[in-house]
Design a protein around this ligand. Structure first.
Ligand code: ATP
Ligand code: MG
Length: 394
């Protein structure tokens, strides 16, 4: 058996990148290395379109696999053994591999799936499969071949200098490596939607910076702590990021005092967007991210979103726009944010909630309302109060 545990990492969509493929692969290797930085005795290398992770045998391999499958851009991982690309050696390793599976899992049937990435190898794939299959049958007397429904599909991947033998794949998250698609400023609340939206954009390679609005003392310290904990779960995927914490209360009070009650929510949302855009420009972000979802609430009707968009010039990315709430909740459960999101703490949007919020706001009316308050001064004061916290992944 090999001295090291060998993991083959496949890069899914990155493999389709044509001329830019080496760049994406380099970024992916870099991200895998970062996610594995706390493990000792690990080597990550890119070779012939695959990424190989070699881990000291003393190292428990499951946590290593888990850390790799959390990297955006990783399609799947297989734990493999390697042999020199010579039929005798491959056969010997394949027999050892199957004997172990018989002992550990009581495997009874198998099929060999051979692939010859090295076209100079003198034997073609189907023939490799037959030869190795015959060797396994001789070496493992209890095994039978089952071509339709085998207990184990034994992959034999013949490459230039080495051959890799493995069964099964552990599915990764897919997507693109972080840092390959700029940086976005996400508006992060304590709800279910915005952590999922943030995660989805990070999955497409976008680096994250966040802003959270609160209405202290109407919202509590505990509500803020909850958002930070939620952000940490997201950072577990996208790495540590900065979160700007802004008190929105003076703006909400100015709106409630001076503007029509039914417009409160949409006016507050426009302020949030404007502040987020300022912060985005200061921090090198090229887009805003929200968890808005068409028709979910009054401020997310098509008409409301148009009026919200008109408050900024930066593109607003809304990855949840066409999803159903159930789908969003399922995704939140998958990524591990759901349980934290449903903890019942107050949010600044629920402070000063109008009884009948407008669902069809008109931009000219909204602009008229905004002319009654000193927007610029309020925005500047809000940004002055910015408190930045660094969110580390868990
Ligand atoms: P979520 O589950 O994300 O809170 P929601 O359905 O409660 O979404 P809204 O409260 O209308 O929807 O907010 C829509 C979006 O506005 C959120 O997804 C988020 O991006 C942003 N947002 C709302 N409240 C805040 C906040 N307190 N701080 C930062 N962003 C917020
Ligand atoms: Mg919310």
């Amino acid at each position: 058996m090999n001295e090291e545990n060998i993991l083959i990492v496949r890069c899914g969509e990155v493999a389709l990148k044509g001329q830019n493929k080496p760049y994406f692969e380099r970024m992916l290797v870099d991200r895998i290395k970062r996610n594995l930085r706390n493990f000792q005795g690990i080597e990550v290398k890119r070779h012939e379109g695959l990424i190989y992770v070699r881990a000291d045998k003393a190292l428990e391999i499951e946590p290593v696999i888990k850390a790799i499958t959390k990297v955006f851009g990783v399609a799947s991982v297989s734990q493999a053994v390697e042999a020199p690309s010579d039929l005798e050696d491959i056969g010997e390793e394949a027999v050892k591999y199957m004997l172990k599976l018989i002992e550990e899992k009581g495997v009874k049937t198998f099929k060999v799936e051979a692939k010859r990435a090295d076209k100079n190898f003198p034997v073609k794939s189907p023939e490799i499969g037959r030869i190795i299959g015959a060797k396994v049958l001789i070496g493992c007397k209890v095994l039978k071949v089952d071509v339709h429904n085998p207990d184990v599909l034994l992959h034999v991947d013949v490459r230039h200098d080495k051959t890799y033998i493995y069964d099964g794949k552990i599915t990764g998250l897919g997507g693109l490596p972080l840092g390959t698609n700029g940086k976005g400023m996400t508006l992060l609340s304590g709800g279910i939607d915005s952590p999922v939206a943030t995660w989805m954009m990070a999955k497409r390679g976008m680096m994250i910076e966040a802003v959270h609005f609160h209405s202290y003392p109407y919202t509590s310290e505990r509500a803020r702590a909850k958002v930070e904990e939620l952000a940490s779960i997201v950072a577990g995927y996208c790495g540590k990021f900065k979160m700007h914490i802004i008190n929105l209360l003076p703006i909400q009070e100015a709106i409630v005092t001076n503007c029509p009650e039914e417009e409160t929510t949409i006016l507050v949302r426009r302020f949030m967007m404007k502040i987020a855009e300022r912060l985005a420009k200061e921090t090198g972000c090229s887009a805003l991210i929200t968890g808005e979802n068409l028709g979910q609430v009054a401020s997310q009707t098509a008409e409301s979103l148009v009026v919200t968009d008109a408050s900024v010039t930066m593109p607003v990315m809304r990855p949840l726009i066409g999803m159903d709430k159930i789908e969003i909740m399922d995704r939140a459960m998958e990524i591990g944010t759901y349980e934290k999101s449903i903890e019942p703490y107050e949010d600044c949007c629920t402070v000063f909630l109008p009884k009948h919020p407008t669902t069809k706001p008109k931009l000219d009316r909204i602009l008229l309302s905004e002319s009654k308050i000193n927007c610029e001064e309020l925005i500047e004061a809000a940004i002055e109060s910015d408190e930045v916290v660094v969110i580390k992944g868990i």
